[in-house]
Write a protein of this length. Structure first.
Ligand code: ADP
Ligand code: MG
Length: 352
């Protein structure tokens, strides 16, 4: 069997400053949590004074420090992380870090909220499919043997302990941790004197601040079938945008694309008719988790979930038929640039 592994490291999102912005920015890029991360700060304070280079460097260092702290607790590969200690344990672990506990509690909640389209317990299955390596298509028996150990309700928090009732259960916060970290950075940056800025953490963008001329940022969404092209731009002044797609990490075997977003009920790559999703929200972890969950749900269930009002977000759903479905609250803020796609409203998406 011929298998071709394609790992795309390109950012799923690109950001352009508003065209009339004249502000000076300072940018820092580093590698963490398996991706490139960029922090861009306005070097002007809220009252219009310029901020010293030393102070800007200190803010950048603090941002990187926050990311390293989150990574040290939740990394799924670092042997000392809470996640790995938990995964290697039979019944759970004591003395967990605050980020690990927050992510765990939020992830269990989000799993329930999305009727398990999002599940932080798929680590053994991702490893079986070997998305991080050459790629492997498992048998149904191999999948079933692991699927029965992925119940998110078999894990719970008790004080500073994270406990599990199934020794085989393993955690993976890959679909929520970067959005959570983006929000931590934005909360910190808002407490500094910087007038505005943004963070871009591998497919998760956080924006803050009032730009001097109140021009919105333009967040470009990657065309899922042409990673060098932009599908369209979102005009936003603040909040979070997260993107998931079948083009980010996948391998091909016998002409079939096997991508890294798993349907937690089947244990295999989600085949929902969607090829990419973007979620816009005021909460970074929610945006990240929902971009993955909506991808698994597919257009119809995702729109029904949006309309239920159970979570506060807007979404862009891109179907394999190259339709771009926009939810009501975002329709005015999105401008399509790729001609091969057609924009439709979420009502039309429901009737499709
Ligand atoms: P990325 O992290 O590549 O930007 P996502 O936010 O969509 O993209 O997260 C995908 C990652 O989350 C996978 O690599 C895997 O580790 C994990 N994962 C896969 N399927 C699910 C799912 N249904 N729910 C929660 N996590 C998932
Ligand atoms: Mg996600």
């Amino acid at each position: 069997m011929k298998r071709v592994l394609v790992v795309l490291l390109a950012l799923s999102l690109c950001i352009l400053p508003g065209c009339t912005a004249k502000e000076a920015y300072s940018e820092n890029t580093f590698y963490a949590m398996n991706t490139f991360m960029t922090v861009r700060l306005s070097t002007v304070s809220e009252n219009g004074d310029s901020i010293s280079e030393a102070r800007i460097a200190e803010i950048h260092r603090t941002c990187e420090g926050i990311i390293r702290e989150v990574e040290a607790q939740v990394s799924v590969t670092d042997a000392d992380s809470d996640t790995v200690r938990f995964n290697d344990s039979d019944g759970g672990i004591e003395d967990c870090g605050e980020h690990f506990l927050s992510l765990l509690e939020r992830s269990v909640f989000l799993s329930r909220l999305t009727d398990r389209a999002f599940a932080p317990t798929l680590r053994p299955l991702s490893a079986l499919w070997d998305f991080g390596g050459e790629g492997y298509v498992p048998t149904d028996d191999e999948i079933d043997a692991l699927l029965c150990h992925t119940d998110p309700l078999a894990v719970y928090v008790n004080g500073n302990a994270a406990l599990k009732t199934d020794p085989e259960l393993q955690l993976d916060f890959g679909a929520v941790a970067k959005g959570y970290a983006a929000q931590l950075l934005i909360l910190y940056l808002e407490s500094t004197e910087c007038r505005g800025g943004l963070v871009s953490l591998g497919g998760n963008v956080g924006l803050f601040g009032d730009k001097a001329d109140s021009t919105a940022y333009k967040v470009g969404l990657t065309d899922p079938r042409n990673k060098d092209a932009v599908l369209g731009y979102l005009s936003l002044t603040d909040g979070f945008v997260s993107v998931s797609g079948d083009y980010e990490r996948y391998f091909e075997a016998d002409g079939i694309r096997y991508h890294h977003i798993l349907d937690p009920k089947r244990g295999s790559p989600a085949k929902s008719g969607l090829i990419s999703t973007a979620v816009i929200a005021k909460d970074g972890a929610l945006a990240d988790a929902l971009s993955t969950a909506l991808f698994v749900m597919g257009a119809e269930d995702a729109i029904a979930f949006y309309e239920s009002g159970e979570a506060d977000f807007e979404a862009i759903l891109i179907t394999e038929d190259k339709e771009v479905i926009l939810t009501e609250g975002i329709a005015e803020l999105f401008a399509l640039s790729a001609e091969t796609y057609t924009v439709i409203s979420s009502e039309e998406g429901m009737n499709d």
